[in-house]
Design a protein around this ligand. Structure first.
Ligand SMILES: NC(=O)c1ccc[n+]([C@@H]2O[C@H](COP(=O)([O-])OP(=O)(O)OC[C@H]3O[C@@H](n4cnc5c(N)ncnc54)[C@H](O)[C@@H]3O)[C@@H](O)[C@H]2O)c1
Length: 388
């Protein structure tokens, strides 16, 4: 692939399923396992939005993860929000160990509402669960004339600089803002170089992990994808922070950003942090008790919105128009690949991998959702049920 070439197509066997069917299936599964209809619609929308944006790692392919967690009682299908503190500019909520998506959507909207009154708003949420793509919530703010910032902690995977032990989550720190381009600028990214899901994909298609993505227990770069997956479960391999192993490429900067996200998520909300976010204690599944934070800054309270969009757009055009590296085709801005994916996938749907197909069929069978005929040619394999 040329530098700057863009391909969001998965590098493995898949079957396309249209978004309408996927959204209905996600919603029906959620409702069947006890998620109230309004919340189920939000979960379905967040998951399908991820696939629409080409972010297959956090979309409908995660259905089994939520299903398994609810089924074994690790997280609740209902999300009873308790407002612990509420001030003009800030608030702290408790999600009652419910679904991460509905509480996050409501929390970002509350932050935006506060920003519209006070210029800036922030809502933190504790006692919550995996909320999908962080970009969904930051983009809500951008669509309403705000700069949206959000983050969450997650299961321990990143080793701090000079450690080999998974301690921090992949902790996304996501920012979105409106511009005069056709889409918002949206940096929706983890603070690790990569994530477990990508290594799982590499293992499935027989590719080596890129040296520097993962550090083994001896402090070396690990590349054997299936071996990494086993070792990560045993805490004998860890993801590296942005910047990579050691200090030469400033891995400590990613380590510090991941720590900031962990602090904002856990310490403002009294949620679990670091290895307590494993979801397993004394060999038993326990709630993740994650925290999230949502910040909205109302641009109009600082500068005319159209003026801001124009200046930002001009700046981004200058970046995109910079002299290209030899062999490079295109200089992207944040959010552009996801926008291109959206255009490419519109009316087409999402590519569903063989593994996800098996999981869909298993869930469909267990819940008796016979009205769906995906046409998948795979055998249900219950070993696909994740242990996380
Ligand atoms: N809920 C969780 O616990 C959790 C944890 C980690 C990540 N996530 C989500 O996973 C998703 C993927 O995260 P990731 O870090 O693997 O993504 P990634 O490494 O693919 O980076 C994606 C970001 O980089 C931008 N980008 C890509 N190429 C670019 C280029 N050449 N120039 C400029 N910008 C470019 C994209 O527009 C996007 O904003 C995100 O949606 C994130 O929110 C969620």
């Amino acid at each position: 692939m040329k530098k700057g070439d863009f391909s969001f197509m998965p590098d493995e066997e898949y079957t396309w399923v249209d978004f309408e069917t996927l959204e209905k299936f996600m919603r029906d599964v959620m409702i069947k396992i006890g998620v109230p209809e309004e919340d189920a619609k939000i979960v379905a929308d967040v998951l399908v939005t991820s696939d629409k944006r080409g972010i297959d790692s956090h979309g409908v392919g995660r259905l089994m993860m939520y299903y398994a967690r609810i089924k074994r009682g690790q997280q609740l299908p209902t999300t009873n929000i308790t407002i612990i503190k509420d001030n003009p500019g800030t608030a702290r909520w408790d999600a009652g160990n419910g679904m991460g998506h509905p509480v996050s959507k409501k929390a970002m909207q509350a932050a935006i509402d506060k920003a519209k009154k006070n210029g800036i708003g922030m809502v933190v949420v504790g006692n919550s669960n995996h909320f999908g793509i962080a970009g969904y919530y930051s983009l809500m703010a951008a669509a309403q004339g705000c700069i949206g910032i959000c983050g969450t902690n997650a299961r321990p995977s990143i080793a701090p600089t000079w450690s080999v032990e998974p301690m921090l989550g992949t902790n996304p720190l996501t920012i979105a803002l409106p511009t005069d381009w056709d889409f918002p600028w949206c940096a929706d990214q983890a603070t690790s170089i990569t994530q477990r899901g990508k290594i799982e994909t590499y293992a499935r298609i027989g590719k080596e992990a890129i040296p520097g993505w993962v550090i083994d227990e001896h402090g070396n770069a690990a590349t054997d994808a299936p071996d990494i997956l086993d070792k990560m479960l045993e805490f004998k391999a860890a993801l590296t922070p942005l910047g990579g192993i050691g200090e030469d490429l400033a891995g400590y900067k990613g380590y510090n950003y991941a720590t900031f996200v962990e602090i904002m998520s856990a310490c403002l909300t009294q949620s679990n942090f670091l290895q307590a976010c494993l979801g397993v204690k004394d060999g038993k599944f326990v709630p993740y008790n994650l925290g999230h934070f949502f910040i909205a800054i109302d641009i109009e309270s600082i500068i005319d919105l159209e003026e801001f969009k124009k200046t930002t757009g001009t700046m981004l055009r200058q970046l995109a128009g910079a002299k290209k590296a030899p062999g490079a085709d295109h200089i992207y801005i944040a959010g552009e690949k996801e926008w291109l994916a959206g255009k490419e996938r519109a009316g087409k749907g999402a590519p569903i991998s063989k593994e996800t197909q098996k999981q869909f069929l298993q869930i469909q069978q267990e819940l008796g959702l016979d009205q769906y005929d995906f046409g998948f040619e795979v055998e249900i394999d219950k070993s696909a049920t994740p242990g996380w």
